[in-house]
Write a protein that binds this ligand. Structure first.
Ligand code: ZN
Length: 168
């Protein structure tokens, strides 16, 4: 029996593998070339404006982190005023929409018009609606459909992402 056909088969399988890998690498590079401008646009919308942000604030605002519940001093804030983005200072919530949800995070029944952009978040196997500051792209929290007022919304916001400015 000759070894020729076996060697040929072996060589063919190697060539096939190389071809397949080449296609894979080639395909990925085409895909990343197509997606590059979008990636750039997405990262361009998220920018650190406040240079004094702490590591914890940056982790929430730019890495979709979450602060520990019942740690925010804003939970007990009852004065009239507005809640601004800790990164870019955009006005996000009025104190009139704030309520005590009992969850341990500052909660609001509605945001000011145009304050946020939303995105579906599938982390931890749950489908949740995540929202970002429409001005700087920083992550703030999640919005749920079980709010107590006629809006039906509950904006669950990390206190570290907000700065409260009283009216008086
Ligand atoms: Zn912002």
């Amino acid at each position: 029996m000759s070894i020729g056909p076996i060697v040929k088969l072996f060589l063919n399988s190697i060539i096939l593998k190389v071809k397949r890998n080449f296609l894979k690498i080639f395909g990925i590079s085409i895909l990343s070339t197509i997606l590059f401008p979008y990636k750039f646009l997405y990262s361009a919308t998220k920018k650190i404006i406040n240079k004094n942000l702490t590591i914890e604030q940056k982790n929430i605002l730019f890495n979709e982190g979450t602060e520990r519940p019942f740690t925010s001093s804003l939970l007990y804030e009852k004065r009239e005023g507005f809640y601004h983005c800790a990164n870019c200072d955009k006005k996000l919530f009025s104190s009139r929409s704030k309520f005590d949800s009992g969850t341990g995070w500052p909660s609001f029944t509605e945001a000011l018009p145009g304050a946020f952009k939303t995105k579906i978040d599938y982390t931890f196997g749950m489908k949740r609606v995540e929202y970002h500051c429409s001005n700087c792209g920083a992550h703030h929290g999640h919005v749920f459909e079980d709010g107590p007022s006629e809006t039906g919304k509950r904006f669950c916001n990390n206190g570290l992402c907000l700065i409260f400015k009283p009216i008086n």
